[in-house]
Write a protein of this length. Structure first.
Lengths: 227, 241, 247
């Protein structure tokens, strides 16, 4: 993966306004199949920060990320977007959030170009040149027009990750983002995330990967307790 | 570029319009389907084979087929649409594009409508186009065949729209196929009754415009209501994933 | 008003309330049903056309009546589930769906039994029997979907969507089935019109309808209590209740 992001650089961060949280969780609680995954979970996602959700298997990392992304609504508590309840501003929230899940959203029958175009179609108009550039940026040069089912799992994930290079959304929620990515790719992705945070973006990740990034917020989930 | 409202990051305030997003989704679904052309043929072959069973299983007599033909064709078309419904959201669910769809800024019911439209073009419309040939094989007269095609043309989109609700509700469940049929068949009954009833009326030389208008009303009702139910059901099914 | 609504949402409050209500429902229901049935079966005059065989309406009509209104009640509860996410509404839907199915079956069965002497055959594809059959399918769908989804909240909302879709379709189904075939006698009993039966016939009928409603209320409470105990088995109040019951 190349290390030069294509998206336009943000203004440098400055002072007080940076500290207003994008997303705030207040006393979040979620139980699933009679098991309390977490309760009284409160945290803030500030612009310019990287947040890592940690915990053993089955502790609800993915569930928490899906709750934050607005896909799972079996929770109680409060979620605030820019200080106000998220449920009343779904449109604003969705416009400003990018989510990549376990299943990366890549159609095996379509080519990387078509997939990326389809993923961007609801968000903003992107020229084919920019799409091609993003695919090159994730190391997929030469594969743009090969159906994705002929690509490896890692390559398919890279198609989804190419979105990150052209994304405007200030909040990224990335679930198991390093899965199936090779060492070089991981290094490039780490650089991209750090750069993004430095430019004022907010990133929430789960990963089993040993991430060493500066100024990282950690949210640790327990193994979940029966009650 | 808009001026920064907050230092460090810029909120996204605009997104692609709904119609453009719907069109993109519609085309994407068509393109993906044409990459796997064989799958498109299957519901059609099923349709033909089910119709073939009736002369073989009941009676090949012209009088019987003339009388039962429109019903046979309608039931076969209904079953064929029912079988194809499982695919409507399943692939998107499996590869994760459905999650991305739900998180698009456009209203979900419109995106669902675009997907259902693609589904109809790929399954319902070919059935309508194939119906005249099968109509001849079951000895329907020309007028009846015309009316049959008209009712199928109005009726199959209703089948797709209602079926989408069931497909969305059973998404991600084990043995979703049978359950889907169980939920949806009762809801298909009015369409079937009026579809075959209209052809029967045409066979007796009665005017059919009233029935056709009524079926069109079904279609309008389904277009306006069903996508909301499907969208709600999709959110519920995804929330459970 | 809102306080009552919130209280209604609490399974514990409902459990206690149901305990107090149930004896009255059962008592009133049994009394009315017995009165209606005995009057109807033993004392009401014979029908001049059908003789004694018409008397099955004292079972057929109440069960058919209730079978349909149970679905409407479920639809109201389903709307409450979707709008206010009230747990109790879903408990109601899940608890009464099988009851509704049984009532629908009972209506179909008595209809068939009634059909034998009247039409000379057990089953006729007439409009009302057919719509009842389709109603039975709708009940089966609700029960099957509820059973297929293991997660309680998802199951509640998915079933609610299905019930609401069904209730929108019921009038359409009824209308189209009636159009398809009108062979049955006109509806026995309409709330808005003066009944065409003599009072000695429709009063006991009314009594048995009311009685069956009350018994349904009692049975719904009973099933809801069971469902609540299962769902809330981990809460303190259920544990205390069970322990108190044991000692």
């Amino acid at each position: 993966m190349s290390t030069t992001p294509v998206y336009p650089p943000r203004c440098s961060r400055s002072g007080a306004l940076m500290s207003e949280p994008l997303l705030q969780a207040v006393n979040l609680q979620c139980e699933r199949d009679d098991r309390m995954l977490f309760r009284d979970l409160s945290f803030s996602i500030l612009p310019g920060t990287l947040t890592r959700v940690e915990g053993p298997n089955g502790s609800g990392k993915t569930t928490l990320l899906r709750i934050l992304a607005g896909l799972n609504d079996a929770w109680s508590g409060d979620l605030l977007w820019l200080g106000e309840s998220r449920s009343y501003q779904r449109d604003e929230f969705v416009r400003n959030m990018l989510y990549i899940g376990h299943r990366p959203g890549i159609k095996p029958l379509l080519t990387p170009m078509e997939n990326l175009r389809a993923l961007m179609a609801g968000r903003k108009a992107v020229s084919d040149d920019l799409l091609r550039q993003a695919l090159t940026g994730t190391g997929l040069a030469g594969f743009e027009d090969v159906p994705c089912r002929r690509l490896s799992a890692g390559q398919q994930r890279r198609v989804a990750l190419a979105r990150l290079l052209i994304a405007d959304e200030p909040l990224w929620i990335l679930d198991e983002v390093f899965t199936a990515i090779d060492i070089d790719g991981v290094a490039a992705l780490e650089t991209l995330l750090v750069q993004r945070a430095r430019d004022g973006g907010a990133i929430v990740v789960t990963t089993h990967h040993d991430l060493q990034l500066p100024s990282m917020q950690r949210i640790t989930l327990g193994a979940g307790d029966d009650f | 570029m808009t001026s920064d409202t907050r230092a460090g990051w810029r909120p996204v305030t605009e997104s692609v319009g709904s119609v453009r997003a719907m069109k993109a989704l519609f085309l994407r679904d068509l393109k993906a389907a044409f990459r796997q052309r064989q799958d498109l043929l299957n519901p059609l072959l099923f349709f033909i084979m089910v119709v073939t069973l009736f002369p073989l299983g009941v009676s090949p007599e012209v009088s019987f087929l003339q009388q039962a033909g429109s019903g046979i064709l309608w039931v076969a078309a209904l079953l064929s649409v029912l079988l194809s419904l499982d695919h409507l959201f399943r692939h998107d669910y499996d590869d994760g594009t459905l999650e991305q769809l739900v998180l698009q800024p456009q209203p979900l019911f419109l995106l669902v409508l675009a997907k259902v439209a693609a589904h109809w073009v790929l399954t319902g419309l070919p059935l309508v186009l194939l119906a005249p040939i099968l109509g001849i094989m079951v000895h329907l007269d020309g007028n009846s065949i015309g009316v049959l095609c008209l009712t199928l043309l109005i009726g199959t989109p209703v089948l797709s729209l209602i079926g989408a609700i069931g497909a969305a509700l059973t998404l991600g469940l084990r043995s979703a196929g049978v359950l889907l049929s169980l939920l949806i068949i009762p809801l298909y009954i009015p369409v079937l009754i009026f579809g075959t009833g209209t052809v029967a009326a045409a066979g007796e030389g009665a005017p059919v415009s009233g029935y056709v208008a009524l079926m069109s009303a079904f279609l309008v009702l389904a277009v306006t209501l069903a996508p909301f139910a499907s969208a709600a059901a999709l959110r519920i099914s995804l929330s459970n994933a | 008003m809102w306080q009552l609504f919130h209280k209604l949402g609490s399974p514990k409050w409902f459990f206690g309330m149901a305990n107090r209500l149930m004896p009255w429902l059962l008592l009133g229901g049994v009394a009315l049903l017995f009165a209606g049935l005995i009057w109807g079966l033993a004392f009401a005059p014979q029908d001049y056309l059908q003789g004694n065989s018409y008397r099955i309406i004292f079972i057929h009509v109440p069960s058919a009546f209730l079978a349909q209104s149970v679905y409407i009640m479920m639809a109201v509860a389903a709307a409450v589930t979707l709008v206010w996410r009230m747990k109790l509404a879903d408990v109601f839907v899940k608890s009464v769906a099988p009851v509704g199915a049984v009532l629908t079956f009972l209506a179909l069965f008595t209809g068939a039994v009634w059909g034998k002497p009247t039409w000379g055959t057990w089953w006729i594809w007439d409009a009302r029997l057919t719509s009842m059959l389709i109603l039975l399918f709708l009940y089966f769908g609700v029960i099957a979907l509820g059973a297929a989804i293991s997660d309680e909240k998802s199951s509640a909302r998915a079933v609610a969507v299905l019930v609401l879709v069904g209730v929108v379709n019921i009038p359409i189904i009824k209308y189209s089935v009636e159009w398809w075939n009108t062979l049955h006698q006109p509806a026995t009993f309409k709330l808005t019109e003066k009944p065409s039966m003599p009072a000695e016939m429709w009063v006991p009928l009314l009594l048995s309808v009311l009685g069956l409603y009350l018994i349904f209320g009692w049975f719904a409470c009973l099933r809801m209590q069971t469902e609540i105990l299962i769902r809330e088995r981990r809460t303190r109040w259920v544990k205390e209740l069970v322990l108190a019951g044991r000692s």
